[in-house]
Design a protein around this ligand. Structure first.
Ligand code: ZN
Length: 170
């Protein structure tokens, strides 16, 4: 297992549209394990392959308090959406920023699991929000895209400044 480097906004690679996974094999399962290790270490509740510069349609999530409810979603597809929920979202690729985003409250999603079996999951609340956030990553979309342009620019400038200062210190 390995902890992978997470790309940070405004890295243009985060804008890549990921391609479907063709085969669920041992190589992919190594990537899945690395995604979980990277997500838990961060710590975060979700991570899309896009965020570690692998442009395949695959994400991991675990929104449980005890970190014992891992889900891997390969080639996820939302079949149904219902209701509205507003939550403060953050993102490992936009460290330190939390903003309100509106999502569907309930979703039905179809995906392949780590054995390549097709699963349909109906879920709501935080897990539903997290899955929608991570599927956005696979489509090159970030939660800051839901904010006003002024707010997005402010976050971008602050992150770039922090990174420049970190470079000077290092
Ligand atoms: Zn994110």
């Amino acid at each position: 297992m390995a902890i992978l480097k997470i790309l940070e906004f405004p890295d243009p690679r985060l804008r890549t549209h990921a391609t479907p996974v063709a085969v669920v094999d041992d190589g992919l399962r190594v990537l899945i394990d690395d995604l979980f290790e990277t997500m838990y270490a961060a710590p975060g509740i979700g991570l899309a392959a896009t965020q570690v510069d692998v442009h395949k349609r695959l994400l991991v999530t675990d929104v449980s308090v005890d970190k014992d409810a891992p889900y891997v979603l390969i080639n996820p597809e939302i079949l149904e959406k219902d209701g509205v929920i507003v939550t403060d979202e953050g993102c490992l690729s936009v460290p330190g920023y939390y903003e309100e985003v509106e999502r569907a409250e309930h979703i039905k999603v179809r995906f392949l699991d780590r054995d390549g079996a097709e699963i349909e999951l109906e879920t709501e609340g935080l897990l539903a929000v997290c899955i929608q956030h991570e599927i956005d990553h696979l489509n090159g979309r970030l939660f800051v895209d839901y904010l006003s342009e002024a707010k997005r620019l402010r976050i971008r400038k602050k992150l770039e400044k922090e990174r420049r200062q970190a470079a000077v210190v290092a």
